[in-house]
Design a protein around this ligand. Sequence first.
Ligand code: ADP
Ligand code: MG
Length: 240
Amino acid sequence: MITVKGVSKSFGKHTVLSDIDLEVPESQTYALIGPSGAGKSTLIRTLNALEGIDDGEITVDGVPVHGKRTDLNDLRSRIGFVFQSFNLYPHLTARQNVSLAPRKVRGRSRAEADERSAELLSSLGLGDKLDAYPGQLSGGQQQRVAIARSLAMDPTVMLFDEPTSALDPEMIKEVLDAIRRLADTGMTMVIVTHEMGFAREVCDAVVFMADGRIVEVAPPDQFFTAPGSDRARDFLGKVL
Ligand code: ADP
Ligand code: MG
């Protein structure tokens, strides 16, 4: 579903991604982990062309992401992206935040978009918060609204860049549980995370990055019990 071949990227003289190869099969959830500055955010942002690339090729669901003729708006509407900060519209209710893009971009009627919005929010445990404004919601609730907003566009792929890093500890679980249920539905996902327990229990593979390179890709049980590189052993020694 996601194919990255020979991708490199520099900011000025600083090489941030170095000859990256990666394949994420359909319906799989991959965790992208590694030390700060490894290039995780840059890599995940190249997958929907929020960052350009200098070399190589990326396709998502058959679409060449960085192709000259690729319609980026169309592409991005089919790739959900959830960030650390939720960036909801503060003047819109939860339901309106979720139904906005389907109405504006997909041309859905208000009734249709609102109904689907309510369904999605309910499935994420927010059925009683449809008419709440972001300011009335906790961080964990806001992040679940942000996930619903992405899902409302019927994405084929979901990308998450540290979705729980801005949350208080007691709210992390509710967001990870929502992502876990999404994994169970067969969504194809890439998640940058520092939640090692989540990576181990939910993800199909761990992609370990350091210094702009993919150091190893391994099934979680193997990665966490017998990492194949000194770099990964060193990293796990610090975070576990
Ligand atoms: P990670 O998400 O793994 O912490 P990033 O992808 O954010 O790493 O950053 C990788 C490297 O690229 C870092 O050294 C960072 O300073 C650098 N970097 C990221 N974005 C930019 C930018 N827009 N301009 C210059 N350097 C950047
Ligand atoms: Mg990052």
